[in-house]
Write a protein that binds this ligand. Structure first.
Ligand SMILES: [Zn+2]
Length: 287
């Protein structure tokens, strides 16, 4: 059974709910959860041990996990981008089957990997439609940390869709984040922990660790990418309010170390323009 350790977040209704939804035993059967992941494998990295505890779960992937450029593929010997995307889908289904999650629980927007931030307005509208259809009480997703532009796009779309929903109906699902990765101040890649703020740290049992190891092993084309990720704990927190026109942290972002076709500054310009187009400019936290 997972236990909490590490930071002791201040008790608040949203923290209480995070624990109620994610800790075993007594998974909250009445909660409908939408897990929004940028890539096939993010759900396993961030919340692999939680998935079997969530009876009303749908998982939405933004991308098919296959970038345009072959040099970024986990297996550059494959014939086409579409073939690589099919490999990634099969790996995903094999991993999730180990957690009792079937293909019928999966949805994908099918965007090309590395391109999720290209049209943040369309992405937010698609997210709003998915939320309207599944009607989740809780959304589990990425934090805004500059780890990958697609992760930040997922955070943007969830927050923007929820802000729009709140404006119309007065309510929106509770947004909970799973820890991903970001560039630490010493220039190293920090995995499985949040930037700055506190987290609920759920320690995996031996059985959960073994299953998560097997799930991660299913992503055969991603083994090099997955090697820095541990399996001993998973961390979660209620999402903070973000100003997406500000960088997630000072200095260089993790994805700016690679030639993925976008800088942090360009990402923020896209976010600002999308917030204006969606009528959400100025609805974020006050600076
Ligand atoms: Zn990812």
């Amino acid at each position: 059974m997972p236990t909490s350790s590490g930071h002791s977040p201040a008790p608040s209704p949203s923290w209480t709910r995070v624990y109620r939804v994610l800790r075993h035993p007594a998974p909250a059967a009445e909660e409908r959860v939408l897990l929004v992941a940028a890539h096939p494998d993010d759900e396993t990295i961030g919340a692999g041990a939680r998935l079997e505890l969530l009876p009303n779960l749908r998982i939405l992937h933004l991308t098919d996990g296959a970038p345009l450029e072959r040099r970024w593929w986990g297996d550059p010997t494959l014939a086409t981008r579409e073939v690589y995307a099919r490999f990634r889908r099969r790996e995903l289904e094999a991993a999730l089957a180990l957690a009792g999650v079937g293909p019928g629980q999966l949805r994908t927007l099918g965007i090309t990997d590395q391109c999720a931030s290209e049209d943040l307005v369309a992405l937010t509208r698609a997210m709003r439609d998915e939320i309207a259809e599944w009607a989740p009480s809780v959304i589990l997703t990425h934090p805004y940390e500059g780890g990958h532009p697609d992760h930040d796009a997922a955070a943007f779309a969830v927050h923007a869709a929820c802000r729009a929903l709140r404006a119309v109906s007065g309510g929106a699902p509770l947004v909970v984040e799973f820890a991903c990765y970001h560039l630490a101040t010493d220039g190293t890649l920090r995995t499985g922990a949040f930037l700055g703020r506190s987290a609920a740290t759920l320690r995996l049992t031996a059985e959960q660790r073994e299953r998560k190891k097997q799930m991660l092993a299913c992503f055969r084309t991603q083994q090099r990418t997955l090697s820095p990720f541990g399996i001993s704990v998973e961390r979660f927190r209620p999402a903070p309010a973000y100003d997406f026109s500000d960088p997630p942290h000072a200095g260089r972002l993790h994805y700016e170390q690679f030639d993925w076709g976008i800088t942090g500054e360009e990402w923020q310009v896209r976010a600002e323009a999308a917030l204006r187009a969606l009528g959400l400019a100025g609805t974020g936290p006050r600076r």
